[in-house]
Design a protein around this ligand. Structure first.
Ligand code: APR
Length: 313
């Protein structure tokens, strides 16, 4: 079996963490690309020097040249500007559409068979822009947000109950923003429904903290946004693609709207099976009436963003 190749676009906080996690578990050789001169090279060299200590054989190079990314199996898009305190994810839209569009075109040109995993924010809008500009089939463009939002939900539930986070299952669907929908009915602790352990008020507080999870970290850091958990979530997706694990994970993917909200399509968070083909199957979830209404509200918010992206593409 030949070695896999992973390109990380953007050598900032998230890109560097993605490169570190991917190389530490030897998912493949890693190329880190950024427009800044020296930064991708420097961070890659630093990671390469960690390899003998970690006992891994992954090669890591930094570059400003897309030719070095050629024939990647997975391209992970983290380029863009991050949120500052007081900024919403949507404030990032204009700048990041331009950055992600250009990067997706280049990535697709040099790695026409890759699976593209997008983390740049506002997430659903950036996945849409990357899909449009890459020309890839929607199954090969995956938005990484739902697994992160679910991980936050799981971490908070675990801490509250005093149980391992590994044993908490949860799904968060909808747009990666204020209207995201942590599905309480899907949350269980080692197979036991969460409401066996926590009362409705405590669960609601955790749901709200999950929705505000990104903002909570922005407030604390003051100069940037979260990166360890976002990177870990993207690597979880990359692993499922590269090892064809067929994990069932919430992702931002193509949703056929058939004219609802005045649009043919959008990208939004739903559960899906992720494997070597990218999004291999989207899972239709049975939702309660209340959840259905909340999901529609989230879809509508995401669609407004898509309208903005359409004007910029
Ligand atoms: N091509 C490649 N890299 C670019 C480009 C471009 N056109 N434009 C900007 N970059 C790089 C920047 O030089 C920087 O190194 O993207 C990197 C972004 O890094 P950070 O500012 O540290 O941001 P980070 O925290 O990594 O977040 C990246 O992911 O979750 C989202 O909201 C977040 O949109 C942001 C993105």
């Amino acid at each position: 079996m030949s070695r896999k190749k992973i390109t990380v676009i953007g050598a900032g906080n998230i890109g560097a963490a993605v490169a570190a996690y991917s190389s530490a578990e030897e998912l493949g050789d890693v190329v880190v690309l950024d427009i800044l001169e020296g930064v991708p090279e420097g961070k890659s060299l630093d990671l390469l020097e960690a390899a003998p200590i970690l006992g891994v054989c992954s090669r890591i190079v930094g570059t400003n040249d897309y030719r070095d990314t050629a024939d990647s199996d997975v391209v992970i898009m983290t380029a863009g500007i991050a949120r500052k305190p007081g900024m919403s994810r949507d404030d990032l839209l204009k700048t990041n559409v331009r950055i992600v569009s250009e990067a997706a075109e280049n990535a697709a040109q040099f790695s026409p068979n890759a699976i593209l995993i997008v983390l740049s924010n506002p997430l659903d809008a950036m996945v849409y822009a990357a899909w449009e500009k890459s020309g890839f089939h929607w199954r090969r463009v995956i938005g990484s947000a739902g697994a992160l939002d679910s991980a936050r939900f799981r971490a908070f539930v675990a801490a509250e109950i005093g149980v391992s986070p590994v044993d908490i299952q949860a799904i968060v669907i909808g747009g990666h923003g204020d209207t995201m929908l942590p599905l309480v009915g899907s949350c269980n602790v080692g197979g036991i429904p969460v409401n066996h352990f926590l009362g409705p008020e405590r669960i609601e507080e955790i749901v709200q903290r999950t929705r505000d999870g990104g903002a909570e970290i922005v407030r604390l850091l003051k100069t940037g946004s979260a990166y360890y958990a976002p990177a870990a979530a993207a690597v979880e997706l990359a692993r499922s693609v590269l090892l064809d694990q067929k994990r069932l994970l919430p992702v931002s993917t193509y949703v056929d709207l058939h004219g609802e909200f005045g649009r043919r399509n959008t990208f939004c968070g739903v559960p899906a099976i992720v494997g070597a083909g990218g999004i291999e199957q989207v899972i239709q979830l049975p939702l309660t009436e209340e959840e259905e209404n909340a999901f529609k509200k989230s879809l509508s918010a995401v669609c407004s963003l898509m309208e903005e992206v359409d004007k910029l593409l």
